[in-house]
Ligand binder design. Structure first.
Ligand code: NAD
Length: 497
């Protein structure tokens, strides 16, 4: 792709077009700090056009006559396309959000599985015959699509989030408008080109870009949207959900987290160390499931922290495209500022920095948005750094002695996205999985997700589920059909109960 600045177009009604207002947003490569792409800054005209295209397609003959089996086939064809272009798409994501190429390529290689899985499920969305207490009545249910889905994605894993939303939405028979994050729109706009080649009716998918507070806000308020599917921060999620509710849309929210990673004294410490590192430093901590609260048993605290600090100090920061790099930069300047200010607040509240705690000053790193992997101790469960999401490589450490104590601390959070438990005691493992308030609990592993296992948050971490059969239901509504098979004439003045 060289050093030229790439200019993207939006994808509306099956056409790649310039934004009506002619405005673009500059996108920087966080590793170099250099401008590398221009993405359209869509206004009302483009939003209206995209929603109208999706609505027109939804009610069109071409969409209604595309059977679920055929929709499924096209989704599987899309999976093949993505597989063929995985390297290019991963490269674009790395340039856009600064996450290491190995991570983005790993995601891109798995993304086809979502389209294959939901492609396979498209013609298995069955209703039920209900055995109602009336011999002469047939009652059955139909699972029907909602209409136009507006999907909003965060910048950290753009195409993975697109897959989590687009695959079940189309499988269930909806049409879609996607608004990716202004910090990482390029891969979704590039993906639209592959989608276009697959053969879906024009307008099945529409991709517009622009700022969240303007383009995103207007899309979420659009009266012709029937479902909002959002991934991002909790405060934005609240706004988007309220906007959607004004139009009585169904809403799915995948929000932030402050996930506990709990290491017991009976744990395999090598495995726990790797799991804690994966939980907080993978993707530079810019993952919703970041295990950013380490609860470590008092009896192994000193020993475990010593090895953790040593390993943390060895993490190789660098160019996300270099295969040797383990941690890339923060994705954008605002994100870096947030990390810096939250570490400062932690210190002001009495926290001790055991590792990292600042930006690297080496040549080759100081130009980019890098922040050193950081461990902070001497904090308690009410400290800001323990309660608020950093979305960066910052781990807080709190010791504990009993199961009940750690369960209480782990659950004392507004969030409930994920939790990790490290123990070799099977009874303890089950007690913990039952007691932890989180949508995902990992035992002796961390940061593993897949297409057919439900994913989502308790409490402020979200509403609804993605992945698996549950996600498909989020994109449908149920119709109950009553057929009178008797000759009896109904009493018009009483409800038939
Ligand atoms: P964000 O909330 O700033 O933005 C998310 C999306 O919403 C973007 O597309 C943005 O343009 C759009 N947006 C922003 N303001 C809007 C508004 N007023 N109206 C409509 N749309 C608006 O989040 P982010 O900074 O992109 O991502 C980081 C957050 O996402 C973190 O909190 C992280 O935990 C969360 N996240 C959650 C999951 C999950 O599955 N639970 C996955 C990844 C990220």
């Amino acid at each position: 792709m060289g050093n030229e600045v790439k200019k993207y177009r939006i994808y509306v009604g099956g056409e790649f077009i310039e934004p009506a207002n002619g405005e673009y947003i500059e996108t920087i490569n966080p590793a170099s700090g250099k401008k590398w792409a221009l993405i359209p800054n869509c206004g009302k005209e483009d939003i209206d056009k995209a929603v109208a295209a999706a609505k027109e397609t939804f009610y069109s003959k071409s969409w209604k006559s595309l059977s679920p089996t055929k929709r499924g086939r096209l989704l599987r064809k899309l999976a093949d396309k993505i597989e063929q272009h995985a390297e290019n798409l991963a490269m674009i994501e790395t340039k856009d959000n600064g996450k290491i190429y190995k991570e983005m390529l790993g995601q891109l290689k798995q993304i086809p599985a979502w389209y294959e899985y939901y492609g396979g499920l498209a013609d298995k969305l069955e209703g039920k015959v209900i055995p109602v207490d009336r011999p002469d009545t047939l009652n059955y249910t139909l699972r029907e699509p909602l209409g136009v889905v507006a999907a909003f994605t965060a910048w950290n894993s753009p195409l993975l989030m697109v897959a989590l939303k687009l695959a079940p939405a189309i499988a269930a028979g909806n049409t879609v408008v996607i608004k990716p994050s202004e910090h990482a729109s390029a891969s979704t706009l590039e993906f639209a080109k592959l989608f276009d080649e697959v053969g879906f009716p024009k307008g099945t998918l529409n991709v517009i870009s622009g700022y969240g507070r303007t383009t995103g806000d207007a899309l979420s308020r659009h009266p012709d949207i029937n479902k909002v599917s959002f991934t991002g921060g909790p405060e934005t999620g609240k706004i988007v959900a309220k906007n959607g509710l004004d139009n009585f849309t169904k809403v799915t929210l995948e929000l932030g987290g402050k996930s506990p990673n709990i290491v017991f004294d009976d744990a395999d410490l090598d495995a726990a160390e790797a799991g804690v590192i994966a939980g907080i430093y993978a993707a530079s901590g810019q993952t919703c499931v970041a295990g950013s609260r380490l609860y470590v048993h008092e009896d192994i605290k000193d020993q475990f922290l010593e090895r953790l600090v040593q390993r943390t100090n060895q993490i190789k920061l660098g160019d996300p495209l270099d295969p040797e790099t383990q941690m890339g930069p923060a994705a954008n300047p605002q994100q870096l500022e947030k990390i810096q200010s939250m570490v400062e607040t932690a210190q002001q509240e009495g926290g001790t920095v055991l590792a990292g705690g600042g930006r690297p000053d080496e040549e080759g790193l100081k130009e980019g948005l890098f922040y050193k992997p950081t461990i902070i101790s001497n904090v308690n469960n009410t400290s800001t750094i323990v309660q608020e999401e950093v979305f960066g490589p910052v781990l807080s450490v709190i010791p504990f002695t009993t199961e009940d104590e750690v369960i209480k601390m782990a659950n004392d959070s507004k969030y409930g996205l994920a939790a990790g438990v490290w123990t070799n005691d099977i009874k303890r493992a089950h007690k913990m999985t039952k007691s932890l308030e989180a949508g995902t609990v990992w035992v002796n592993t961390y940061r593993t997700v897949t297409f057919n296992s439900p994913f989502g948050g308790y409490k402020a971490s979200g509403i609804g589920r993605e992945n698996g059969m549950e996600a498909l239901y989020e994109y449908t509504q149920t119709k109950s059909v009553w057929i009178n098979l008797s000759d009896e004439i109904q009493d018009p003045f009483s409800l038939k109960l």
